[in-house]
Design a binder for this molecule. Structure first.
Ligand code: ADP
Ligand code: MG
Length: 239
């Protein structure tokens, strides 16, 4: 079974601006997949549609065989999203942020507390559990969003530029955490404009540019097909 199937997905913002020109892609169950592309390519739009935050203009999306139009609630339950921008309630304590999130999924309070503790410990945030989110550093805010995205044990974890603006040490520890999470069976999709990140983590990759998929392949094949310079040229933003 495929973790994600997108067919001819289109998005027009307002009346005219075509952000997605009909993209088609597939992500296998258990994969670690990168959606790579320069700023403005349409990565966040794609992810927003998969996570039901943005309405599509046309096309089909299904997650683990569930069509988003037909089974939206079921599909939402198996997706965990780490958005590009910090969107937690800054005035809420971080332990409560996870409990609130678990509540959205109807998780029983006792189990929610156990899960929240487990996730905060995994992400190195347990000591901060009684801090308000707004007092956290940038890196901690990012880790908080990862903990929150995992509180309902999603089958598919989607991260939108998780390491943008994050220092190298935290970037490395996030890479390791994501690799471990993937090894335990969670399918992961991340967007990035860092080639090095995709190269290190991902088995399969799609490159998106101006709302169109221009490559969709295994990382290995793509690296042999394109040389590094061409690759980086696509991204317009070398590391
Ligand atoms: P990426 O995440 O790859 O940087 P986005 O999906 O955020 O790209 O944006 C793709 C294009 O759609 C960009 O040109 C962006 O300016 C435009 N866009 C994104 N969101 C909106 C919106 N709410 N209204 C109008 N245009 C938007
Ligand atoms: Mg984006």
């Amino acid at each position: 079974m495929k973790a994600l199937v997108i067919e001819n997905l289109q998005k027009t913002y307002g009346n005219h601006f075509v952000a997605l020109k009909g993209i088609t892609l597939e992500v296998k169950q258990g994969d670690f997949f990168a959606l790579l592309g320069p700023n403005g390519a349409g990565k966040s739009t794609t992810i927003g549609i998969i996570s039901s935050l943005i309405t599509k203009s046309a096309g089909k999306v299904s997650v683990f065989g569930m069509d988003l139009d037909q089974e939206p609630e079921e599909a939402k339950r198996i997706i965990g999203l780490v958005p590009q921008e910090f969107n937690c309630n800054g005035f809420e304590k971080i332990f409560n942020i996870l409990i609130t999130q678990a509540g959205y999924y109807g998780i029983e309070p006792r189990i929610a507390r156990t899960r929240a503790e487990q996730r905060l410990k995994q992400l190195g945030l347990w000591d901060k559990r009684n801090e308000c989110a707004r007092n956290l550093s940038g890196g901690m805010k990012r880790r908080l969003m990862i903990a929150r995205a995992l509180v309902h044990n999603p089958r598919l974890l989607i991260l939108d530029e998780p390491t943008a603006g994050v220092d190298i040490e935290l970037r490395r520890s996030m890479w390791q955490f994501l690799q471990e999470t993937n090894a335990k069976g969670t399918t992961i999709i991340l967007t990035t404009h860092y080639l090095e990140e995709a190269e290190r983590l991902c088995r399969n990759i799609a490159i998106i540019d101006r709302g169109a998929i221009i490559e969709h392949n295994s990382m290995k094949t793509l690296l042999t097909k394109l040389n590094r310079e061409t690759f980086i040229l696509y991204l317009k933003e070398p590391l």
